[in-house]
Ligand binder design. Structure first.
Ligand code: DGT
Ligand code: CA
Ligand code: CA
Ligand code: ZN
Length: 591
């Protein structure tokens, strides 16, 4: 984690604690400051070294907050924050993970009932104590009780977007350690699963112990959980990172084994058995001449797992190849038909990160983004995109306060987009992110929508997991004649809100029929539609769009999370709208 992120996290915690104690306005100031510190292109410790005035140069960072940042960089803590923490010793992150519980509620729950943990919250709800608090009631209590489990599970797994950077930091650290010959992430990180239990990293080396030692000294490791001769586990940024070392000749077999998934490995191993081969983390071995005893675990001593003639193991391709399988991309390794597909030579030709040619869902300062139309378009051009769609929030259900655009705002914005378009090197589409109401109606007027190049329609409210009408509601939106893309279809927020329960096969059929693309929202808090949903959509013949929903240029980087989610759904380049040329996209939009 960079120091900027670290300071931003502290400012956000400050905001939550101020919120909890009922302070007004100040929390918003702290959150805005946090956002700008996070985005600031230079290291915060450098500015802090130059003094408070230098820190206060950052947008939205006033003198008071600047002083606290300097205090933190100089002393390692902020006195006022420590005081707030001791006044409210509740596990804010865990409690606010319960849908419907915000910092203010945490404050009240602590004051009234002394609640500090999820277990205490659940017990109080079960005992009927929460409904007795002024302003709470039975409905709130029921909601809390219904959401506690989800929040508890959420605590056990990290979002891909939080875990992947930790894995990559470990990877780049290890790549520079002598004598590391090969290094790769494996496990769920390599499969780009949307949540991650722990981070797995594999090293190929002939000096495992030295690598383990170096890893235990990694400066981003906050604690060493265990360290042996060929493996170690450390804690970094709150995550467990497992390192294993193997000799280079066995790297491919170990990579295959530790990438998983477990079910995929079982399927592969059974295929090997049919061929008198044995696959394990050390290699693939021909056991046709090996008698039962020697193959059994009882006889395993030392290299006992390396029984029979070794026929593969240095590369992962080799492991699959001796099983008459083409190499299977990690995203597909979930035992959902990928082994049969590999055997029959019909694996999909998956979409790749470099295939994306533009973003079709982004925001500017006209709604809740932080940058102007021109800045976003320039940033898109700098990334090498061929086109860019400006789709700010329209006012409507679930859109906060006055951030959403009125019909009049949209018309005014059209003039600005037209001006930017004149100077731009790339195609600029003017659109809107309209809202789908509880009945599936789109809440911006049809004549305004008709004038736009692109309409993304997304659900932002009434996101009840148990709503059986969710699929019909989304299909109604898809059938709206002006809608081009269905944005983040379930409205889920990973680890904090389950979102709508959708029949994606039926939705996909409607989307294919109506020529509406369904979004894979690449924001790592969403990844919506997810891999399973994409698979159903693509099988139904629907087109998908991998969009970042960027509110700032740096969020364009999220696109990879969307692409790999699409790959988990077996999507090919031809399935992805924004992997097409500007002319092809325009044709799709005009249909
Ligand atoms: P996670 O960490 O819960 O997000 O999921 P994974 O898939 O990273 O699981 P993890 O970290 O427990 O183990 C990494 C990989 O190692 C796993 O995907 C497959 C392999 N593996 C671990 N234990 C076993 C096992 O007992 N049997 C088999 N076949 N494979 C295993
Ligand atoms: Ca793992
Ligand atoms: Ca692990
Ligand atoms: Zn959006």
């Amino acid at each position: 984690m960079s120091r900027n992120d670290e300071v931003a996290d502290l400012l956000e915690e400050f905001a939550d604690l101020l919120d909890a104690t009922g302070v007004e306005y100040k929390p918003t100031a702290y959150r805005r400051a946090a956002e700008n510190v996070r985005d600031y292109p230079a290291p915060i410790e450098q500015l802090a070294g130059e003094g408070e005035d230098a820190v206060a140069e950052i947008d939205r960072v006033g003198d008071a907050i600047a002083a606290k940042i300097v205090e933190y960089v100089e002393t390692g803590s902020i006195e006022e924050l420590e005081e707030l923490r001791s006044e409210l010793p509740a596990d804010m992150a865990a409690l606010t993970a319960v849908e419907g519980v915000g910092p203010k509620t945490v404050g009240t729950l602590y004051e009234e009932l002394g609640i500090t943990t999820l277990d205490e919250l659940e017990a109080a709800a079960e005992a009927g104590e929460i409904r007795e608090i002024k302003g709470f009631g039975a409905k709130t209590e029921e909601n809390i009780l219904g959401n506690v489990d989800f929040a508890r599970q959420a605590q056990e797994r990290e979002r891909l977007g939080d875990a992947r950077p930790v894995a990559e930091a470990a990877l780049s650290f290890l790549a520079d350690v002598e004598p590391v010959a090969k290094v790769e992430v494996c496990g769920s990180i390599r499969r780009w699963k949307d949540t991650i239990g722990d981070v797995d990293v594999l090293v190929g080396t002939d000096a495992g112990e030295a690598v383990v030692e170096a890893f235990a000294d990694w400066d981003e490791a906050d604690a060493v959980i265990e360290a042996g001769t060929n493996k170690a586990s450390v804690r970094a940024s709150g995550m467990r990172v497992d390192l294993r070392t193997v000799v280079v000749e066995e790297f491919g077999a170990a990579l295959q084994y530790f990438t998983g998934s477990r079910d995929h490995n079982i399927r592969v191993r059974n295929r090997a058995i049919d061929r008198d081969l044995k696959v394990n983390e050390y290699g693939v071995f021909d056991v046709s001449d090996v008698d039962e005893d020697a193959d059994g675990d009882a006889n395993d001593t030392g290299g006992g797992q390396r029984v029979g003639e070794r026929v593969a193991g240095e590369t992962e391709e080799g492991v699959y190849d001796v099983l008459d399988l083409s190499w299977i991309p990690p995203e597909l390794r979930e035992d959902t038909g990928e082994v049969d597909a590999a055997a029959e030579g019909r694996l999909p030709d998956l979409v790749e990160e470099g295939d994306v040619r533009g973003d079709l869902h982004t925001h500017t300062e006209w709604s809740d983004g932080g940058f102007s139309v021109a800045e976003m378009v320039d940033a898109a051009a700098d990334r090498g995109h061929d086109y860019h769609a400006v789709t700010d929030h329209a006012e409507g259900p679930g859109v906060f306060g006055d951030t959403g655009l009125t019909d009049e705002d949209i018309r005014e914005q059209a003039d600005e987009v037209a001006r930017v378009r004149e100077d731009a090197d790339i195609d600029v589409f003017h659109g809107i992110e309209a809202n789908i109401d509880a009945d599936g109606a789109v809440t911006t007027s049809d004549d305004v929508l008709a004038d736009l190049d692109i309409v993304v329609a997304s659900p932002h409210a009434a996101l009840d997991e148990d709503d059986e009408g969710a699929t019909d509601r989304l299909i109604r939106a898809v059938e709206h004649p002006e809608v081009d893309i269905l944005g983040h279809p379930t409205g889920r927020l990973i680890n904090s809100r389950p979102g709508l329960t959708v029949d994606f096969e039926r939705l996909g059929e409607a989307a294919a029929r109506e020529d509406v693309a369904v979004e894979v929202n690449a924001n790592p808090a969403r990844l919506d539609a997810n891999g399973d949903a994409v698979r159903a959509l693509v099988e139904a013949g629907a087109t998908i769009a991998v969009n970042t929903d960027a509110h700032a240029p740096r969020e364009f980087d999220h696109v990879r999370y969307g692409v790999h989610t699409a790959r988990r759904g077996w999507a090919e380049r031809s399935d992805v709208l924004n992997a097409r040329s500007a002319a092809e996209v325009r044709a799709f939009l005009n249909d």
